[in-house]
Design a protein around this ligand. Structure first.
Ligand code: 28F
Length: 645
């Protein structure tokens, strides 16, 4: 039963054995506690510790949290809260501090049974972080004393003791941990990943200041996040690359049935719904009862307002939720004692009381806001009416295509060179920029399993177009019919005709732009294809190197240099820089980019926990505002070198 040798049974009671077994369980199945042991899990360690400090902030005692990436990739988190209690916990027979860091808390403050729910343990993860760290040390500042304890792989080196003194006014907790490289596949922290998450945490906890510092060599950074307006400022941030429809951010707040509800929203001139919901500061990518309550309140309240003010006549059909949410950016954030997460990935809130609480708070306060701000109310109603008409036109266009396909059978687009294998699992489709590259790809392909769909020129920017126009676009129609899945409410991933959708564009500025337009379309209209891992980017080579009848291909400048060093850089190499796919003949295209045995493909992924940031990226890159785009590209130059401003 015990996994530890016990020298003296009087020193180690049953409690301790259980603790060791608990931490052993964490090391055996780390995925159960932090989701994964990839880079994602590595970053989760930071969030677990920060969450504890945030809880102290929510309790009203902590105002500042500082997160430091140390030179050796260990992490230090310090807060100015009350400090974890250090006194004796009589039940456990040791300091409360030691209990927090060594006992695997089964339930914790917010329940959840010790299992990972939607990316967090809700402030009970200190012992988990400890179990997954080679070394961890914690210090508590209280009344001029510094208390401390250190651990190796979760086991205390010594009991909690006073290790020094500090200013009598100083109070708080500081933790440093070294993630165990035997557990994690990746032990290098990514500054931007932490930055995005900590910014989001600061938005969700108004007034809290979070400072992130990178002290590693060659990557000194510092960011400070502090939002007095909380989620109101979150909405302003999300809309910063869009034109807002009105200047106010609408804000509702209240507590019902023990559920604390906060909602902030603002419409912009785009056509997308960018609503993000959170429970206890954790994003719920699949929504749930809180989101349902919000949507119900929104639809009900706007219809009531539009009818009462004769914006909708008695004979007009009601506005749908989709109409009202066109161009809406919203944050719904609730705090609840015992969240119940449902669905396969446990990302959907199930508590029924949350539905009523959000509905009631939003209905009441939104009704009041609309009465007080008739100009804002009118502009939202008018945008919704336009959306209603566009949706009606789009529906007619779609019905027409549906009827057509019913009559003529599934007619695939004329430009598509389909593959002969009928089992989608074996099949892939290349979306190719330009007719000439399309021609080479058609010659090069393996006919049985590879289909080619050439697109002419730049595809429509769906970020700037309404549904009726989008459905009318020939290139988009061709893709939708080729994929076979349908779209929106008709979308059915089981009808997908290809396992891989491969975007193949030139390795230059225009090619990067076309890939981004394609990804924008897929992200907005068929996100499931990306989430399920069906979307890829082909990687054509940048250079061809020839020497003595031998041929090498290089996919980056570094690779070119490596090859040149290997084969000797002399007058006998002939280096060719590819400008576009069209410059390769069919054989070269096959060898370098299409042959499943040799090619490089990049799979496109969505980190759902970061979805608000992905949304900001797309609107910034594809939207109308030039200045935020320029800034974004400057800041992210290393990632988006190829995008034109
Ligand atoms: C760098 C990470 O973990 N900060 C924390 C507190 C404060 C209290 C607390 C934490 C007591 C026994 C559960 C203090 N005084 N930062 C942190 N600050 N935990 S974690 O209490 C935890 C309970 O077990 C605290 C009075 N009440 C609570």
């Amino acid at each position: 039963m015990a996994t530890e040798k016990v020298e003296n049974p009087n020193e180690y009671g049953a409690d301790q054995i259980q603790i060791l077994e608990g931490l052993e369980a964490v090391r055996k199945r780390p995925g159960m506690y932090i989701g994964s042991t990839s880079a994602r899990g590595l970053h989760h360690l930071v969030y677990e510790i920060v969450d504890n400090a945030v809880d102290e902030a929510l309790a009203g005692y902590c105002k500042n949290i500082e997160v430091t990436i140390n030179e050796d990739n260990s992490i230090t988190v310090e807060d100015d809260g009350r400090g974890i209690p250090v006194g004796m916990n009589h039940k456990a027979g040791k300091s409360a501090l030691e209990v927090v860091y060594t006992v695997l808390h089964a339930g914790g403050k917010f329940g959840g049974g010790g299992y990972k729910v939607s990316g967090g343990l809700h402030g009970v993860g200190a012992s988990v972080v400890n179990a997954l760290s080679t070394k961890l040390s914690v210090e508590v500042y209280k009344e001029g004393q510094v208390y401390g304890q250190s651990y190796h792989v979760g086991k205390p080196d010594e009991p909690v003791k006073i290790i020094g003194t500090c200013e009598p006014e100083k109070h708080g907790t500081k933790v440093t941990f070294h993630p165990d490289p035997e557990i994690f596949e990746e032990t290098v922290y990514d500054y931007d990943t932490l930055k995005q998450r900590l910014r989001e945490t600061a938005f969700l906890t108004k007034g809290l200041r979070i400072i992130l510092i990178d002290t590693r060599e060659d990557s000194h950074h510092r960011h400070e996040f502090h939002y007095a307006g909380g989620i109101k400022e979150f909405v302003t941030y999300l809309n910063r690359s869009r034109e807002a429809l009105y200047s106010d951010v609408i804000y509702c707040e209240g507590t019902r049935d023990g559920v604390y509800v906060e909602v902030a929203m603002q419409h912009n001139d785009s056509y997308n719904d960018a609503t993000y919901s959170f429970v206890n500061n954790i994003i719920t990518p699949e929504g749930g009862t809180h989101l349902a309550g919000f949507r119900n309140a929104l639809t009900k309240t706007f219809n009531a307002y539009a009818r009462a003010n004769k914006i909708l006549k008695d004979s007009d059909p009601a506005l749908t939720g989709d109409d009202i949410r066109e161009g809406l950016t919203a944050i719904i954030s609730i705090k609840i004692e015992e969240p119940q997460f449902e669905g396969q990935t446990k990302q959907k809130l199930g508590n029924s009381e949350a539905r009523g609480a959000v509905d009631s708070v939003v209905s009441e306060q939104l009704t009041y806001f609309l009465e007080q701000n008739p100009a804002v109310a009118k502009s939202i109603c008018e945008k919704s009416l336009l959306a209603q008409r566009a949706r009606e036109a789009a529906r007619k266009a779609r019905d027409l295509t549906r009827r057509k396909t019913a009559l003529e059978g599934t007619s695939l687009p004329g430009k598509l060179a389909d593959c002969s294998d009928k089992d989608p699992k074996n099949c892939e489709i290349f979306i190719v920029e330009g007719d000439s590259a399309g021609g080479s790809a058609k010659t090069a392909r393996s006919r049985a399993t590879q289909a080619i769909l050439p697109l002419r020129g730049k595809i429509l920017n769906v970020e700037k177009a309404r549904l009726d126009k989008i459905y009318g676009n020939a290139e988009i129609k061709a893709m939708i019919t080729a994929f076979g899945t349908g779209i929106h409410e008709d979308f059915d991933i089981s009808k997908l005709r290809y396992d891989k959708i491969i975007i193949m564009t030139d390795a230059d500025v225009d090619g990067a732009h076309i890939s981004t337009l394609m990804l924008t379309f897929l992200y907005r209209f068929m996100p499931e294809l990306i989430k399920e891992g069906h979307v890829y980017l082909a990687q054509p080579p940048l250079y061809k190197i020839e020497k003595n009848k031998n041929v090498w291909y290089a996919y980056s400048d570094e690779e070119l240099n490596r090859i040149l060093v290997e084969i000797g850089r002399d007058g006998n190499n002939k280096i060719q820089r590819y400008k576009g796919l069209g410059e390769m003949d069919a054989e070269q295209l096959w060898e370098t980019t299409m042959d499943p045995e040799k090619r490089i493909l990049k799979r496109v992924t969505i980190d759902e926990e970061n979805s608000s940031e992905i949304d900001v990226t797309f609107t910034t890159l594809m939207g109308d505002k030039v200045e935020p785009r320029r800034e974004f590209i400057e800041e992210n130059a290393k990632y988006v070198q190829n995008l034109d401003v």
